[in-house]
Design a protein around this ligand. Structure first.
Ligand code: DX5
Ligand code: ZN
Length: 240
């Protein structure tokens, strides 16, 4: 399983030391929310910032592009040190396939994100091409929003498809994830937990990550879920 604090909830005046704090706190990934003021009604930061924090940790950088034209950003983020790049399925069929292919060709892990109002069936054609399905559990744009419980059946569906189709993509959840909602998501099959306010809002980031991990694992085990990850076929093919 993966716990990925989102830099969006860190202190924007101290990205370098916040990156070091995430590194030392036992996180698995650092989630980087990239907003363009168009796909979502907010701006965050760009590839230069990612490049600037890259020397402060070896952790896996998970870039989440909430951007209308990700095609102009893939190379800059790949060069800046992103390890995985997530694009949104809402960009439409014409755009999604070449974007997924391009991310893979840059040697990066491939993520596909889906917004709350979008039907889960929209991602089905891409499931064998991705390393992570990122299910948005808030409408993206801002940290600190309340988890949308109606997203739980989407996670359940993504989990059923993964099992039935014998695929190995991760099921990430992003938005409003705290101890309670992480457990609810784990019970229905999520295995990557992106959390901004829920983790950075606690006094000790290290204790918060450890507590979330413990709660998730307990509940996954109780429900017979295996949170160990295996690479998917597209990933194996790219490596060989
Ligand atoms: C939503 C972002 C999320 C979010 C996480 O716009 O993609 O990564 O900010 O923050 P919290 O955990 O505060 O909802
Ligand atoms: Zn995000």
């Amino acid at each position: 399983m993966i716990i990925a604090p989102s830099l969006l909830s860190a202190n924007f005046g101290r990205f370098a030391s916040e990156t070091v704090r995430v590194d030392k706190a036992g996180a698995d990934w650092l989630h980087l929310d990239i907003m363009d003021g168009h796909f979502v009604p907010n701006l965050s930061f760009g590839p230069q910032v990612v490049r600037a924090i890259r020397p402060f940790t070896k952790k896996f950088f998970d870039a989440h592009l909430m951007c209308s034209r990700p095609e102009i950003l893939l190379e800059p983020f790949a060069q800046a040190g992103a390890d995985q790049i997530n694009i949104h399925v809402e960009l439409g069929e014409q755009a999604v396939t070449p974007l997924l292919w391009k991310i893979r060709s840059l040697g990066k892990k491939v993520g596909l994100a889906i917004n709350p109002p979008t039907a889960i069936g929209t991602v089905q054609p891409y499931l064998d091409q991705i390393d992570e399905l990122l299910i948005m559990t808030v409408n993206p744009g801002f940290g600190g929003q309340a988890f949308i419980y109606e997203m739980l059946p989407k996670i359940q569906q993504a989990h059923a498809w993964r099992r039935d189709l014998k695929l190995h993509y991760r099921i990430g959840v992003d938005g409003g994830i705290n101890y309670k909602t992480a457990v609810e998501c784990a019970r229905v099959g999520a295995d990557a937990f992106i959390s901004g306010t829920g983790l950075f809002g606690e006094r000790s980031l290290k204790r918060a990550i450890a507590k979330m991990r413990k709660l998730v694992l307990q509940n996954a085990l109780a429900n017979g879920l295996d949170l160990n990850h295996r690479p998917n076929p597209a990933e194996q093919a790219a490596q060989s």
